[in-house]
Design a protein around this ligand. Structure first.
Ligand code: SF4
Length: 411
């Protein structure tokens, strides 16, 4: 029986599907400056209607397929940034005897299934994804209708990777910096900013479309929308700017977050920049409000951890199923993620990063509730989850896990 909540969900999902198509079309317009990327972007844009249709069909069949799937392919990295979650997570997962990152065959299966189910964007994260650059290039070539934005520190994009990116134009490197040199090197280490800028220059010479991602904090928010800085990066070849709000994973860092007013000012500045620069300007969580708030838990996106576990969001890293040994379609029937969607009203955007993070106490209880009842708003999944951890175990690791994943996304 349809409930008000699901009618509302349908409205937002239609809005989101329209937003995804618009994004793909805008990317096509922006790609005019990168003529060699045009055929690939056109193919992605043309694939959106079919992808949205498959998502709708699968949803009707009880499989909540998100438009965006964030896939963390590794925890390995060549840098040692301050406050990096991924390093902490890697140590903890080893201590818990968790399986390591999925091998190439499993990753290829999960990505192939995601594309077939109707996922439009596979956002690749890490650790540093370019430690697996050849696999990424093959994944993108094998799934030409899927867009692969890949969040990278950029320092491992060598000549071989650039050659590969020229052959796989749907793999879009998004280089992470924190602002100008002092901000970036302050967190990432001396010389990293210069390396990132040198990689941008190499990508531009090769005619490869790329973007830049920023961690937006109270301290650097102004610099990140400074017109001269954006003009400089745009002139160096950046065609996409991704603004990811800092989420206060470490207690006592709440003051680093932008306030609701600062977020509104950021979004207004992005509107101005969109008008004046032929580039894409995206914000996370940014304007989720217009899609009814938090888009996690397959409402708009979901997260696959390096070991295959399906999680609500990179910033809310808990889950009760895994795509490592289960078909993705089965993993997506997660009781926990279903319960979060069913109680979506609890997740109204607040100031500072991730709504689910801000409601982690509620989410923890939900976890216990979902785990013991086994019920899901989308019916009863037959396949048991791959990682049937006890709630106590998951609860113990919750904060630790969240800490690491949030800074991951800022990586
Ligand atoms: S923040 Fe990103 S680039 Fe830095 S050490 Fe962590 S994963 Fe590597």
């Amino acid at each position: 029986m349809k409930t008000n909540e699901s009618d509302q969900a349908d409205i937002y999902i239609d809005l989101l599907d329209a937003g995804v198509s618009r994004l793909a079309r805008r990317a096509l317009a922006v790609a005019l400056r990168w003529p060699r990327s045009l055929p690939s972007f056109a193919r992605i844009a043309l694939a959106q209607a079919g992808a949205a249709r498959r998502r709708a069909q699968n949803r009707a069949g009880g499989i909540p397929v998100p438009a965006f799937l964030i896939v963390s392919v590794t925890r390995r990295c060549n840098l040692r940034c301050a406050g990096c979650y991924s390093l902490a997570t890697e140590k903890r997962e080893r201590a818990e005897g968790r399986p390591g990152e999925m091998d190439g065959a499993r990753l290829a299966r999960v990505i192939g299934e995601a594309s077939a189910l109707g996922v439009s964007f596979a956002l690749i994260a890490g650790g540093e994804p370019f430690v697996r650059s050849r696999e990424l290039i093959n994944l993108a070539k094998a799934n030409p209708s899927l867009a692969f934005p890949v969040f990278t520190n950029g320092t491992l994009i060598d000549a071989d990777a650039v050659k590969g990116l020229r052959r796989a134009r749907n793999l879009i490197p998004i280089l992470s910096v924190e602002g100008r040199q002092s901000y970036t090197d302050g967190r990432r280490g001396g010389g990293v900013y210069a390396q990132a800028r040198a990689r941008m220059a190499a990508l531009r010479r090769a005619g490869v479309f790329f973007g830049v991602s920023f961690t937006v904090m109270k301290s650097n928010a102004e610099e990140l929308v400074d017109r001269d800085f954006i003009a400089e990066l745009h002139a160096s070849g950046a065609g996409l700017f991704f603004y990811n709000e800092y989420t206060p994973v470490e207690g006592g860092t709440e003051s680093m977050c932008v306030s609701a007013e600062e977020r509104a000012s950021l979004l207004a500045s992005l509107e101005d920049l969109r008008r004046d620069f032929p580039a894409l300007f995206l914000a996370f969580p940014g304007d989720e409000d217009k899609y009814g708030g938090c888009l996690s838990s397959s409402r708009g996106f979901a997260h696959i951890a390096p070991d295959g576990r399906l999680e609500a969001c990179p910033f809310a890293p808990f889950g009760d199923t895994s795509a490592r040994d289960l078909p993705l379609a089965e993993a997506l029937k997660s009781p926990l993620l279903g319960a979060i969607r069913a109680h979506h009203g609890e997740l109204q955007e607040t100031s500072g990063g991730c709504a689910l993070w801000n409601r982690r106490d509620w989410a923890e209880n939900l976890l216990v509730g979902a785990e013991s009842s086994g019920e899901t708003p989308l019916g009863d999944p037959s396949a048991p989850p791959v990682y049937p951890e006890s709630p106590e175990f998951l609860k113990k690791g919750f904060d630790e896990n969240l800490n690491s994943l949030v800074s991951n996304f800022n990586a």
